[in-house]
Ligand binder design. Structure first.
Ligand code: ATP
Ligand code: MG
Length: 266
């Protein structure tokens, strides 16, 4: 399928997304762009974990997921956040259809060997359901839960990793990672932070080692590089504003563009 734009909506910025952001998605859809949304839900998950007295734990930006945490993750992502996004898109005039990676085995995973509990490593992203939803003229809104090959187990997957896998499977032309920062930020000598307009594999590695890139930005840049390696044309990390979203789609310099290496043609 051609002209697919995957938008990863960070849970970090969910509360701040203005109506105009969703209206921009509706506009792109009406212009014939095939939009797919994959969403996170970090803060909403943390707030529900707090209510049930579980302390959130992260290792390199990935959530440690015990059985009780998994139930909360599933409830918040497949329930509240997924339906909130469908409602907001509907209000903005877009047609939206919410599913999770479990539905139709869109995201098949196996349990990670890392000590993270019920976290999955994606082994297969199946495009049948998102493609069918696009075909019907709706925006698929995908919650990043995954399922084992035999359908028995549910796994939590970082939303950036899920978005990267779905963008790659759909051969998306763009993966836009919408988050609560304008892009990758780098501290300057004068103590201020500046946005990195373009970055590449080597520089990203150096920024992780120097602890300039930390926390949730680590899986984000890794998922960005993986998606580029699997044929996605362009990956941009930016804010959730209509200006940024439409700017990326019209080829303006917005946020941080991730490239595989400095000489790469992307
Ligand atoms: N160099 C950096 N530049 C910008 N942000 C950074 C950097 N290093 C770490 N971060 C952190 O990464 C965060 C974004 O990742 P985070 O996982 O928190 O949000 P998200 O992926 O948008 O939401 P969710 O995980 O809920 O889907 C930023 O809010 C910031 O705190
Ligand atoms: Mg994140």
């Amino acid at each position: 399928m051609q002209g697919i734009v995957v938008i990863k909506c960070g849970g970090s910025t969910m509360d701040q997304l203005p109506d105009s952001f969703f209206q921009a998605i509706a506009k792109l859809q009406q212009e014939g762009k095939q939009i797919v949304i994959v969403h996170g839900g970090g803060p909403a998950i943390n707030s529900m974990l707090d209510r049930v007295q579980i302390t959130p734990q992260f290792v390199d930006g990935l959530r440690v997921t015990c059985e009780d945490t998994l139930r909360v993750v599933e409830m918040i992502l497949c329930g509240s956040i997924n339906k909130l996004l469908v409602r907001r898109l509907t209000q903005a005039g877009a047609k939206a259809w919410g599913v999770s990676g479990i539905d139709g085995q869109t995201l098949v995973a196996q349990k990670t060997s890392k000590p993270l509990g019920w976290v999955g490593e994606i082994t297969k992203a199946d495009t049948a359901i998102p493609a069918a939803i696009l075909e019907k003229g709706y925006v698929p809104v995908i919650a990043p839960l995954s399922v084992s090959d035999n359908g028995v187990d549910t796994y939590n997957v970082n939303a950036d990793v899920a978005a990267g896998a779905i963008a790659a499977a759909l051969s998306a032309e763009k993966l836009i990672m919408v988050t609560d920062v304008p892009g990758i930020m780098r501290p300057q000598a004068d103590g201020t932070k500046e946005i990195v307009a373009q970055t590449s594999t080597e520089e990203i590695q150096a920024m992780i080692e120097a602890q300039i890139i930390t926390g949730g930005m680590i899986p984000k840049v890794q998922a960005a590089l993986d998606a580029l390696g699997q044929g996605v044309n362009q990956v941009v990390i930016c804010r959730g504003t209509a200006e940024d979203l439409l700017g990326v789609c019209t080829g303006e310099t917005v946020g941080t563009t991730v490239r595989m290496n400095v000489n790469h043609a992307n």
